[in-house]
Ligand binder design. Sequence first.
Ligand SMILES: *[C@@H]1O[C@H](CO)[C@@H](O)[C@H](O)[C@H]1NC(C)=O
Ligand SMILES: *[C@@H]1O[C@H](CO)[C@@H](O)[C@H](O)[C@H]1NC(C)=O
Ligand SMILES: *[C@@H]1O[C@H](CO)[C@@H](O)[C@H](O)[C@H]1NC(C)=O
Length: 243
Amino acid sequence: MAAVSSIFLIAAVASLCSPAAAATTCKSQTFSNNVVYSNSTELPTLKACLHWTYDPAAKPNPTLAIAFVAPPAKSEGWVAWALNPKLPAMIGSQALVAFKESNGSAVVKTYNISSYGFITESKISYEVLEKRAEYSNGVFRIFAKLVLPEAEVVNQVWQVGGSVKDGVPQKHAFSGDNLASKGTLQLTSHGVPSPAPSPSPSPSSSSGSAGAPPPQSGTNDAGSLRFGLSGVLGLIGASILML
Ligand SMILES: *[C@@H]1O[C@H](CO)[C@@H](O)[C@H](O)[C@H]1NC(C)=O
Ligand SMILES: *[C@@H]1O[C@H](CO)[C@@H](O)[C@H](O)[C@H]1NC(C)=O
Ligand SMILES: *[C@@H]1O[C@H](CO)[C@@H](O)[C@H](O)[C@H]1NC(C)=O
């Protein structure tokens, strides 16, 4: 009895931290201008999604087009997405920050973040070919196209804040998720072995057996139950760490 109820408890806790809902939301997001991006990534914090198309063959320079979608910390707040040419960190970020102007229109401005203090609109080290922001249903969308020298991986940083004063985005919270909102963005799959089957002739005629299903036996279910439970326990461990 105790074992059964603790399994329910585990399932309940696991469902609370399931990323599935957010992932579905990212993939299903569409845009008013019908632009379709070739890739989309659910960012691990702040309910943010990045949709992007990297075109290394664009003329005269390679371009990165993005749509960044995230809810601000409060409706009068701001959201930001940035590339950092040096490190996956806030300082040095070349940021696009969206917020509402006093007349209610969403705008996106660029900021070269060189300190933790007051930020002012400035040029960034990437050429910005297009930028535009929207706000609706509690989320901001930043649309932008940047010139990006050919790269396989770039550092990205994203953030949300709760207020804007006299046109200046105010400091964001410094809690776990706000500090963890940085990472890398894999632009091209170079170096990743292709999962496609090789067209070269197979060295032996027995290759068919490699694809045969594993023998069925009663132990498979027990094995997957153990795997499932340890995954759930791992999730609980992770969520305790995050608290
Ligand atoms: C981006 O999408 C394209 C087309 O679907 C795919 O071939 C490519 O592997 C994706 N890139 C990454 C880094 O996931
Ligand atoms: C709001 O103000 C900005 C400039 O401050 C202007 O570009 C924009 O068109 C205005 N929006 C509306 C709806 O009037
Ligand atoms: C951004 O700020 C840093 C530090 O002040 C400065 O060295 C750099 O030149 C600035 N970048 C641009 C594009 O203005």
